[in-house]
Design a protein around this ligand. Structure first.
Ligand SMILES: *Cc1c(COP(=O)(O)O)cnc(C)c1O
Length: 353
């Protein structure tokens, strides 16, 4: 039998959640479908797409629409097949064999996974007990360990916390590593470094269309930074990484800032509802859990019985995540929020401590 190498022999394919869940609050997607007007306009453009040809390797229209939406220079943007693909490309491009990368744990698991596959040395720096970042400590560790690439999310997944911009600036200036700042959730917050990313020669910012824009199915992500860094990413990525259909619909959506704002408001309203309900449960059931202040489209609960709650909700047909010691619940429709809140109340009344 052909022997699988040590690196892959125990790996299993990524399976989001299985089973017949009626409510999906596990993947931090948007609960909003695209407005019909978009789909209509998009269907009118389909006839003009050359599906027999390869896509535009530079995804020019898409990157231009992104650059205009966020007010960044067009030549400083590169698109990927989701930010997931870009994370892989960044590890391939900016790390040589055996070099060290650092993550701030707990964080998005794809970072460590990519480093593992690339056979790079992982320096896992823990967050503080309250899940905030200890910038001085991070800088010191990165310099001591000769870290070449530091990657983390802000706002953080699964913590939902945002670290103030000033702290991130200090971090970027303080390390010699390339900082990959994953701002997947920054549309829900206001501490982005996007507008000033041209000021740093060691900063790449990741953004995605999968969360606030409700386009998870398209797989669209972006890396933004100084042209020298972005050109290196363009040179390493596979040429036709973003397909023509995603390029065209993504471009269309990015050109309607009004629709994006409206969707965002609905999601923020959902967050309001979900967190208000959770705060109320905190009052009624003191000392059972703490709710982290969310700067994202999900709520993070720190809870000794986290795993039990996760399992209980699963039995009730509600998918959430339990990761890094936190129960992570995506903001859903008003009805989904009400159901999950009612089930959490039920759990607190009948189970556990
Ligand atoms: C959801 C998420 C992404 C988005 O990944 P895509 O591949 O663009 O869908 C990136 N980073 C973090 C931390 C996320 O939670």
């Amino acid at each position: 039998m052909y022997p699988l190498n040590d690196k892959i022999k125990d790996l299993e394919p990524y399976t989001p959640v299985e089973g017949g869940f009626r409510i999906h609050l596990d993947a931090n997607e948007s609960f909003l479908p695209l407005p019909d007007s978009f789909l209509e306009e998009w269907s009118n453009t389909l006839g003009h797409l050359s599906l027999n040809r390869y896509p535009d390797p530079a995804a020019r229209d898409l990157c231009k629409a992104f650059a205009e939406h966020y007010q960044v220079p067009e030549e400083c943007v590169v698109a990927g097949n989701g930010s997931d693909e870009l994370i892989t490309v960044l590890f391939t491009a900016f790390l040589q064999r055996g070099e060290a990368f650092a993550t701030l744990e707990p964080d998005f698991s794809m970072y460590a996974f990519n480093g593992y596959l690339q056979e790079n040395r992982h320096v896992a720096i823990p967050k503080k007990a309250d899940y905030s970042l200890d910038v001085e400590q991070i800088i010191q560790t990165c310099e001591q360990e000769n870290v070449r690439l530091l990657i983390f999310s802000n706002p953080g997944n699964p913590t939902s916390l945002v670290c103030p911009r000033e702290e991130i600036r200090r971090l970027v200036r303080g390390v010699s590593a390339l900082v990959v700042l994953d701002e997947a959730y920054m549309d829900f917050s206001d501490q982005s470094l996007l507008e000033e990313c041209q000021a740093y020669d060691n900063l790449l910012i990741l953004r995605t269309c999968s969360k606030a824009f409700g386009l998870a199915a398209l797989r669209l992500g972006f890396a933004v930074g100084q042209k020298r860094l972005v050109d290196a990413v363009k040179a390493v990525k596979s040429p036709y990484n973003v397909n023509t259909l995603s390029q065209s619909l993504g471009t269309l959506v990015l050109r309607y800032p009004q629709a994006i704002r409206e969707a965002l408001e609905k999601i923020l309203h959902s967050r309001e509802q979900l967190t208000a309900g959770l705060q109320e449960l905190c009052r009624v059931f003191p000392n059972r859990f703490t709710l982290l202040p969310s700067a994202t489209n999900f709520a993070a609960l720190h809870m000794a019985e986290g795993k039990e709650l996760y399992q209980y909700l699963g039995e009730q047909g509600i998918a959430v995540r339990y990761t890094g010691g936190l129960v992570r619940i995506t903001c859903g429709t008003s009805q989904e929020n009400q159901v999950v809140l009612a089930k959490i109340r039920e759990f607190l009344e009948n189970r556990g401590a």
